[in-house]
Design a binder for this molecule. Structure first.
Ligand code: HEC
Length: 125
C-alpha cells in the first residue's frame, strides 16, 4: 500500500514537471522568433520583439490583438498599466512600441458604423 502511494506521488511529481517543461518550451523565445519567424498572434513588423519582451509577461498577447487603438489610446493604456498594474517604465523602448501598436493595431473604422450589406430589402407598408 505504502509503495503504491509513493509510486503515484512520484508519477504526479514527474508528470507535473514534464508538463511545466513542455509549456515553457512553447513560449516564444526571442531565438524561436528570429529563426522560426513565429509570433504568438502578433503581426511581424519592426518593434514586435520589444512588444513581446515588454507586453507578454503579465497577460497574453491576445489582450493586445483584440484591441484597436490610436497612438494616444495605446499610450494611455500603457500609462494606466503603469499607474495601476505595476508596468515598468518602458524608457526608450516606448516610442518604437507605440509606433508598432498604432501602426498594426489601429482602429479599423472611425465614426459611424459601416453600411449594412444586404440584397434582401423589404418594402415598408
Ligand atoms: C506588469 C504587468 C503588465 C505588463 C508588463 C503589461 N500589462 Fe497590459 N495589463 C496588465 C493588467 C493587469 C491588465 C488588466 C487585465 C485584465 O483586465 O484582465 C492589462 C490590460 C491590458 C490591456 C487591456 C486594457 C483594457 O482597457 O481592457 C491592453 C490592451 C494591454 N494590457 C496592453 C499591454 C501592452 C501593449 C503592454 C506592453 C507595453 C502591456 N500590456 C504590458 C498588466 C500588464
Amino acid at each position: 500500500m505504502r509503495n503504491i502511494v509513493i509510486f503515484w506521488s512520484l508519477q504526479l511529481f514527474f508528470g507535473f514537471f514534464l508538463v511545466n517543461c513542455s509549456s515553457s518550451r512553447n513560449n516564444n523565445t526571442k531565438e524561436e522568433l528570429i529563426t522560426g519567424n513565429k509570433t504568438p498572434g502578433l503581426i511581424n513588423d519592426a518593434g514586435v520583439l520589444l512588444v513581446l519582451q515588454n507586453c507578454n509577461s503579465c497577460h497574453s498577447t491576445q489582450l493586445i490583438t483584440q484591441n484597436r487603438l490610436t497612438k494616444v489610446g495605446w499610450k494611455s493604456t500603457i500609462r494606466w498599466m503603469q499607474s495601476t498594474q505595476n508596468l515598468w517604465d518602458l524608457g526608450e523602448d516606448e516610442a518604437p512600441i507605440l509606433t508598432y501598436l498604432s501602426k498594426n493595431y489601429a482602429p479599423s473604422a472611425t465614426g459611424r458604423r459601416q453600411n449594412l450589406v444586404t440584397d434582401d430589402w423589404y418594402t415598408l407598408e
